[in-house]
Write a protein that binds this ligand. Sequence first.
Ligand code: SAH
Length: 258
Amino acid sequence: MELLLTCRIITIFPELIQAGLRHGILRQAQERGKLRAEPLDLRDFAQGKHRQVDDYPYGGGPGMALKPEPVMKAVEHAKRAAGGETRVLFMTPQGAPLTQNDCERLSMRRHLIILCGRYKGVDERARACVVDEEISVGDYVLSGGELPALTLLDAVARLLPGAIGDAQSAMEDSFANGLLEGRCYTRPAEWNGLRVPDILLSGDPVKIAEWRRRDSLRRTMKRRPDLLKQAELTEQDEAHLKHLQTSEGDDHESHQTC
Ligand code: SAH
């Protein structure tokens, strides 16, 4: 069992992080010894009787901001605990939007430190002095960086070799090959008057693989045509896309939702 990644998450709500780490892939990756992840309570690095981590913003206005000193101390502690090269990520709506490519890149790292903001965010000087990379989970504002941190770590953990039971499944996911995954069915073969496409019941692995590729192309074209520009496409794929553009599309589309 080789430990592949450690991740320390700096937060004022360690229980929120713990709860996320106790389930699903994040739990499994830790049980399999591939991932070691833990929250660090920002308050443990604050001074004074009240262990104050936030304060009023200079210049006035509503809201509070996280003070720079505890953030710096927590990051230094996390770096010492990692004992190797680290990358410090700050979750913020002002960061670069998270992509599957980022997750792949970060899954190659040995040690991550994630800083979760709260209130109005983090004092600008702490941000400038300790943060290597700023990451957003989308163009909307949450009240803290904890859910974004768990989002990022979940997406990274499932890419660690051996972290999930079925590695093939992760390779077939949406974005893994630059496309969205196509339709998926499970038993029963007929439900609510709707039948699973015959080809999936045929047992012919080559035909099924072809169907899935075509379905993935079709769905990507309909929902996220922007992705097709970046995806690696074969001549066959290109031909199929042309066919989809000129015709009403695939066979077996009767009960697809897009
Ligand atoms: N006033 C700040 C937002 C603060 S939201 C601004 O306008 O930029 C409080 C904290 O929640 C942020 O510091 C960040 O850590 C987290 N957060 C909110 N939305 C986020 C998003 N879309 N992606 C990543 N982190 C986010």
